[in-house]
Design a protein around this ligand. Structure first.
Ligand code: NDP
Length: 331
């Protein structure tokens, strides 16, 4: 039996792949829309080829989306990470919201049809939890973003992304709520995700969104980005949370916020870079080094129930920036 992993060619999914390879003995099938990227991922892990296979799946916006072949033949667990993560869009519904929802629905339908799948872990997002009108207090796994579908369709790309994650996660809970799926669900909702990159990235320009924003702050060439939320998690801790969510029977049916206790902002990130890296020595950082403390987030429950501990922001920033600056030097 295998574990099926989607999104392994992306920032978070590649770390989940590595956590599965390191912490389990399970054979893994990665479902990719780009065979070339899938091959690159495998060739970077030659010691694991015996345990790894790839299957090509259609883009989630494909009108004939059918993931039944990807789940045929001995899959007993699924980690569904893939979802569009981009703000460079012109059609909110067609490019973000619908592919996110349809991807989830297709994965769950195929998992139910295959039989034998016991657990599906879904990468949701704090975007599905955030309430922009909220002024204080602690976010917990009981919170849902009040954004409506129509607001997501008509709003900015950021609002479209939030709606895509909310309605995709909702679709998953509704699917298992109808009964007869044969598996249970665990949803993992991370806020901003930082840390080093282990997926195939040709150049800094191809970096995933959260790493790209942090790198712009590290470079210090332009005004510091403003953090939309002060919550974050290191990608390695998030990957471990996914693996534990797959393996721990008692996690079934739960939704977890996976977030470090420390808050961040980009002035703090730039300051850390100035302290730790020669290329940024003596840098003057404008802006408050005290991240927004007005709200908090319950990352404790995930830490306790999934048995993970959170890295600090400095480690996460240093490990990413060291890696990117090396990549830049190499050209
Ligand atoms: P990446 O953009 O690095 O990876 C996205 C993955 O999804 C890639 O494997 C990509 O495939 C695949 N994908 C994207 N769009 C489609 C589509 N239309 N059809 C099929 N596959 C698609 O993003 P992250 O790794 O950062 O994000 C992974 C997950 O984590 C997403 O669900 C995202 O919403 C969630 N998340 C991310 C956060 C962050 O800060 N990064 C925060 C909270 C949640 P390909 O490689 O071919 O492009």
């Amino acid at each position: 039996t295998h574990i099926l992993l989607t999104g392994a060619t992306g920032f978070i999914g590649a770390h989940i792949l590595d956590a599965l390879l390191t912490h389990t003995n399970l054979p893994i099938r990665i479902a990719v829309r780009s065979p070339a990227k899938g091959a690159a991922l495998l060739s970077a892990r030659p010691q694991h080829t015996a345990r790894l296979s790839t299957i090509t799946i259609p883009d989630f916006s494909s009108p004939t989306l059918d993931l039944t072949p990807a789940l045929a033949g001995g899959i007993d667990g699924v980690i569904h990470v893939a979802s569009p993560v981009t703000y460079a869009i012109t059609d909110n519904e067609a490019e973000l919201i619908q592919p996110a929802i349809r991807g989830v629905e297709a994965v769950l339908a195929a998992a139910a049809a295959a039989g034998g799948v016991k657990r599906v872990v879904l990468t949701s997002s704090f975007a599905a939890v955030l309430d922009i009108s909220r002024s204080g207090g602690e976010y917990t796994a009981a919170d849902w973003n009040p954004i409506t579908y129509a607001e997501g369709v008509a709003g900015s790309p950021v609002e479209a992304y939030r709606a895509s994650k909310k309605f995709a996660e909702r679709a998953a809970w509704e699917f298992v709520g109808r009964g007869g799926a044969g598996f249970d669900l665990v949803a993992i909702a991370p806020p901003m995700v930082f840390g080093p990159v282990v997926h195939p990235v040709g150049s800094v320009r191809e970096l995933n969104d959260s790493a790209a924003v942090l790198w712009r702050a590290a470079e210090g060439r332009e005004a510091l980005p403003v953090a939309r939320v002060a919550f974050w998690v290191d990608v390695r801790d998030l990957a471990e949370a996914h693996v534990q969510a797959l393996l721990r029977p008692e996690a079934g049916g739960k939704r977890y916020l996976v977030a470090a206790p420390e808050r961040f902002n980009y002035a703090l990130a730039a300051t850390i870079v100035g302290e730790e890296f020669e290329f940024a020595k003596g840098r003057v950082v404008e802006g408050s080094l005290v991240p927004d403390q007005s709200k908090s987030i319950d990352g404790r429950t995930a830490a306790r129930e999934l048995g993970i501990s959170y890295r600090g922001f400095r480690e996460s920033v240093v490990d990413l920036v060291a890696q990117i600056s090396k990549k830049q030097e190499e050209g």
